[in-house]
Ligand binder design. Structure first.
Ligand code: AMP
Length: 219
C-alpha cells in the first residue's frame, strides 16, 4: 500500500488537482469532505452529526473522521495506492493515520502542500459552483458552464456550497491556518513535505506532482 496526502487551504484546488492525478495514475482518491457531503445527502448517522459542524465551517470531530477513513481503508487491498485529500487536518488525525498505515504494512510517501495566496483562495471559493448531481466543479469566472446554472457533464443543477459563503470561507481559512501549522511542521521534520505552487493553472500543478510520484524509487 502506498499513500500520499494533498494538503492545502480551502480553495487551493485539492479536489480538481486530485481529479487530474487520478486520471493519470492508479491513486484512489479519498476526500473526507466528499465522504461527509455524501453522508449528509444520504442522511446517515455520520451525516447528521457532521452537518452542523460543516455549516459553521468548523472541523468535524476526529473520532468520526478516523472512523470513516478506517472503514474505507478496510475495504481496500494491500497493493492499493491512496491519495488523501482534506485529511488529516489535525495532529490527532495525522498520528492515527500513521498508526493505521503501519498496521497495514504501509507508510506515507509524500505530503504535498498546495500553496496559493489568500486573495486567490477567496476568489476561487466565492465563485465556485458545484453540480448537485455529479459533483463536477465550476467557477463563475474561471470555469463557467456553457449554460448558466447547468452542469455541462450531466445537466444537473449547479449550486453554491453553503460553506462557500464569504463569512464561512473566512472562518474556514482561519481554522485551516490554526489547525494545520503543527501538521506542516510534523511532516516537514519527517522530510516528507513538498510544497508546490497551486496558484498556477491546474495542469501545471498536476504535472509537478506526477513527476514526484512517478519517479523511480530511491531517487
Ligand atoms: P473540504 O471539502 O475538504 O473543504 O471539507 C468541507 C468540510 O468538511 C470542512 O470544513 C469540515 O467541516 C469537514 N471536514 C472535511 N475533512 C475533514 C477532516 N479531515 N477533519 C475534520 N473535518 C473535516
Amino acid at each position: 500500500m502506498k499513500a500520499i496526502i494533498l494538503f492545502g487551504a480551502p480553495g487551493a484546488g485539492k479536489g480538481t488537482i486530485a481529479e487530474g492525478i487520478k486520471a493519470a495514475s492508479p491513486f484512489i482518491h479519498i476526500s473526507t469532505g466528499d465522504m461527509l457531503r455524501e453522508a449528509v445527502k444520504q442522511g446517515t448517522a455520520v451525516g447528521r452529526e457532521a452537518e452542523a459542524y460543516m455549516k459553521r465551517g468548523e472541523l468535524v470531530p476526529d473520532a468520526t473522521i478516523i472512523r470513516i477513513v478506517e472503514e474505507r481503508l478496510d475495504k481496500g487491498g494491500k497493493d492499493d495506492a491512496y491519495m488523501f485529500d482534506g485529511f488529516p487536518r489535525t495532529d490527532a488525525q495525522a498520528r492515527l493515520l500513521d498508526e493505521s498505515l503501519a498496521r497495514r504494512g504501509a507508510r506515507l510517501d509524500v505530503v504535498f502542500q498546495l500553496a496559493a495566496p489568500r486573495e486567490l483562495l477567496m476568489a476561487r471559493l466565492t465563485g465556485r459552483r458545484v453540480c448537485r448531481k455529479c459533483g463536477a466543479s465550476y467557477h463563475t469566472i474561471n470555469i463557467p458552464p456553457k449554460r448558466e446554472g447547468v452542469c455541462d457533464r450531466c445537466g444537473g443543477e449547479l449550486y453554491q456550497r453553503p460553506d462557500d459563503q464569504e463569512s464561512t470561507i473566512l472562518k474556514r481559512l482561519d481554522v485551516y491556518d490554526q489547525q494545520t501549522q503543527g501538521l506542516i511542521q510534523y511532516y516537514a521534520k519527517r522530510g516528507v513535505l513538498v510544497t508546490v505552487d497551486s496558484a498556477r493553472p491546474r495542469q501545471d500543478t498536476v504535472a509537478e506532482i506526477l513527476r514526484y510520484v512517478q519517479r523511480p524509487a530511491g531517487s
